[in-house]
Design a binder for this molecule. Structure first.
Ligand SMILES: [Zn+2]
Length: 45
């Protein structure tokens, strides 16, 4: 599968990739990258 390295999670440091157009995590409004597992723990923005 084609994946492109985007950056590291701002909280846990996990590498975040874009897989076939889908990002592994989210980019917050402050432009920080957060992986999905950290996003679930951090609902408040
Ligand atoms: Zn994380």
């Amino acid at each position: 599968m084609e994946k492109e390295y985007i950056g590291k999670c701002d909280l846990c440091g996990d590498k975040i990739y874009c897989r076939s157009g889908f990002l592994d995590g989210i980019i917050q409004s402050n432009h920080k990258l957060i992986c999905f597992s950290c996003q679930e723990e951090k609902i408040d923005d």
